[in-house]
Design a protein around this ligand. Structure first.
Ligand code: NCD
Length: 307
């Protein structure tokens, strides 16, 4: 049984295997080809926190492979409001489904869930912890858009402290021999353990507070939202909200081949004018969630790679 909890659990070869598998799924993801490899299988998507892309792309992935989905989006209508523990919820749901996709506000929740589950758990975000399936689709997008996954100069911009996507992505990118620059407002720097990992692997580029400092040497600019909901004090959020704004002027200072990704949702950190530029790949990135999550589901539920 294979859980998907953090990117550290995957070797570079395993990640490549998932991306290769995802490539074979693109036409099915678009609805041009039909597959029933997960016919009769059920995915439980249980989301204790808001989500648009992650939940819906998992649902589409499962449906396009012939499987079914149960679950909830928000706990208001569930027994969680009666005081049911995560352990009991997982014990029960794992009896109803062949895999469980879990998003939860607490860091470590997905790992904890593995102790109570008879079926694979996929971490769809655990608080400010990790978001490994997002990383797989980020890597897929980098590979398709830039033609390779290694030897790149990557700049991660925004809330590196509370943003779980950048925690997973930084660790994964280091595995492939990329240089990683970190750009955040003061107080929202990357956690020490991720920085140590980058230092240990020799992949730490530059840390700074302004995207202007790194843009000229950036192959991939990864922009993130300030994670308002994780701030213990709203006053602290107000201090940094709107601090970064990627606009056409900033983009024009980067190399022509540079691509811009964002896990979305965006608030105001990328201006709408950027959407029309060839560098903007975040909506393609959001689509790539479907073939990549199909590949992951076929791996953990189907146990096979043949479509
Ligand atoms: C991200 C998340 O939930 O961590 N969204 C996503 O899954 N694409 C990013 C965010 O909420 O800012």
């Amino acid at each position: 049984m294979r859980h998907v909890i953090s990117v550290q659990d995957f070797s570079a070869e395993e990640i490549i295997d998932i991306l290769d598998r995802a490539e074979t799924m693109v036409e099915i993801a678009k609805g041009n080809d039909v597959s029933e490899i997960l016919k009769g299988k059920v995915l439980a998507a249980i989301f204790f926190e808001p989500s648009t892309r992650t939940r819906l792309s998992f649902e589409t992935a499962m449906n396009r492979l012939g499987g079914g989905v149960i679950g909830f989006a928000g706990t208001e209508a569930t027994s969680v409001v009666k005081g049911e523990t995560l352990a009991d919820t997982i014990r029960m749901v794992s009896g109803y489904a062949d895999a469980v996709v879990l998003r939860h506000p607490r860091e470590g929740a997905a790992k904890l869930a593995t102790q109570f589950s008879d079926v694979p758990i996929l971490n769809a975000g655990d608080g400010a912890g990790q978001h490994p399936t997002q990383t797989m689709l980020d890597l897929f997008t980098i590979r398709t858009e830039l033609g390779r996954l290694e030897g790149l100069n990557i700049s991660l911009v925004g809330d590196l402290r509370y943003g779980r996507t950048v925690h997973s992505l930084a660790i994964a990118l280091a595995k492939f021999g990329n240089t990683i620059n970190l750009v955040s407002p003061e107080g929202l720097e990357m956690p020490g353990e991720v920085i140590s990992h980058l230092e240990d692997t020799g992949r730490f580029g530059k840390a700074c507070h302004s995207p202007e400092e790194i843009i000229a040497d950036t192959d991939m600019l990864y922009v993130t939202r300030i994670q308002k909901e994780r701030f213990p004090d709203p006053v602290e959020y107000e201090k940094v909200a709107g601090m970064y704004r990627v606009d056409p002027e900033l983009v024009s200072r980067g190399p022509e081949h540079m691509i811009i990704l964002h896990p979305l949702p965006r608030v105001n950190e990328i201006t709408p004018e950027v959407d029309a530029l060839p560098q903007a790949k975040y909506f393609q990135q959001a689509f790539n969630a479907v073939p990549v999550r199909m590949a992951l589901l076929s791996m953990v539920i189907g146990g096979q790679s043949n479509v």
